[in-house]
Write a protein that binds this ligand. Structure first.
Ligand code: NAD
Ligand code: IPM
Ligand code: MN
Length: 356
């Protein structure tokens, strides 16, 4: 069976890191009985430029018919303030594919420890489970008048329930601890999250569960991140905390994500944006995109073996110090990508049986 993968390279560094991710996908797929077909489609700013729409109908249709979607990054100054923006396309595809659960891992592995700005020496390995298709990003009414602007934070019981189950199911496969991050000392929506999460927690007696206000949680991510296993939170808080958490590994440019719905394709993308400040220089960190490819192999194609090869090769590369400037190195995107590919090839070579 051929895996159909929709490829949305997007804007600024988007195409640079997507190229890196696809090179690694090609390398790791060699001789692995993994056949795939790529469907490259316009999206974001590139969609606006080519078709007038950030999410062209053909792009959505292709994504809906595929087994997985790879997205690099969209947006940037070229389209800021326009009537149609790349970001509208991103929110639209998340909604159209019903990608309500966004999984954003933070791991300071042994290999990454030398790049972390934290002094903490305990292992850090947690995931943020971010609600992605509701909350203040999508709530109505939403309007701007001459005198005010209005956004609405709204959550239904059902929206909270389904993301909570994702978080607790995930905790069951990890260290069995969930932290709900909210602002329940102020917001009604947060009070509803607390009530529903407490109810659902009773279905998971093995999972311990606590809560933290978002302001304190942002401090704990720096001060004592090893206390976290699964952080469950709403859309906007998850957006903010995941960039903060990412930087504790050394760079925002290393963190991938998976967004999933009920049925249908999941979407894999770096958590960062299109980094217009470094675009065109060939120095974007490709790790976030390459790890997004690895997450896709694990979760959409059940190829944890191939994902592990990628992850091992990344660890070897960062241990060897072949890293881009965001991690303090001098490597280009291409040099880093080639090094990762060489480690993949090398490890296969060393396992080859002797020929007689
Ligand atoms: P950003 O994440 O693009 O960049 C923030 C900082 O991190 C920049 O200094 C950038 O150079 C650095 N950075 C990010 N990724 C990097 C990488 N792979 N390698 C090295 N350095 C990296 O955030 P921003 O500058 O606030 O936003 C730029 C644009 O991206 C905006 O239009 C925003 O809306 C958009 N955006 C898109 C997505 C997405 O596509 N999912 C996510 C976030 C922001
Ligand atoms: C992200 C981004 C998006 C978000 C923006 C670009 C709409 O910051 O994927 O984290 O806020 O979700
Ligand atoms: Mn973000």
């Amino acid at each position: 069976m051929t895996a159909n993968i929709t490829v949305l390279a997007g804007d600024y560094i988007g195409p640079e890191i997507m190229a890196a991710g696809l090179k690694v996908l090609a390398a790791v797929s060699e001789d692995q009985n993994f056949d795939y077909e790529l469907h490259e489609m316009p999206f974001g700013g590139a969609g606006i430029d080519q078709t007038g729409e950030p999410l062209p109908a053909e792009t959505l249709k292709t994504a809906q018919q595929s087994d997985a979607v790879l997205l690099a990054a969209i947006g940037g100054p070229k389209w800021d303030g326009a009537s149609k923006t790349p970001e509208q396309g991103l929110l639209a595809i998340r909604k159209a594919l019903n990608l309500f659960a966004n999984i954003r891992p933070t791991e300071i592995s042994t290999a990454m420890q030398q790049y972390s700005p934290l002094k903490n020496t305990e292992p850090v390995d947690f995931v943020i489970v971010r609600e992605l298709t509701s909350g203040i990003y999508f709530g109505t009414p939403r309007e701007t008048t001459a005198d005010y602007a209005l956004d609405t934070m709204r959550y239904t019981n059902e929206e909270i329930e389904r993301i909570t189950r994702v978080a607790f199911d995930m905790a069951m496969k990890r260290r069995k601890h969930v932290t709900l991050v909210d602002k329940a000392n102020v917001l009604d929506t947060s009070k509803l999250w607390r009530k529903i999460v407490a109810e659902i927690a009773t279905d998971y007696p093995e999972v311990t569960y606590d809560t933290s206000y978002v302001d304190a949680a942002s401090m704990k991510i720096i001060a004592s991140p090893s206390q976290f296993d699964v952080i469950l939170t709403e859309n906007l808080f998850g957006d903010i905390l995941s960039d903060e958490a990412a930087q504790t590994t050394g760079s925002l440019g290393t963190i991938p994500s998976m967004s999933r719905g009920v049925n249908g394709p999941s979407l894999y993308e770096p958590i960062h944006g299109s980094a217009p400040d470094i675009a065109g220089k060939g120095i974007a960190d490709p790790i976030s995109m390459i790890r997004s490819v690895a997450m896709m192999l694990t979760h959409s194609f059940n190829r944890d073996d191939m994902a592990k090869e990628i992850s091992d090769a990344i660890n070897q590369t960062v241990t060897a110090g072949v890293v881009t400037p965001d991690l303090g190195g001098h490597a280009t995107t291409d040099e880093m990508t080639e090094t990762i590919i060489n480690y993949i090839k090398e490890s296969r070579h060393s396992y080859e049986p002797d020929h007689v």
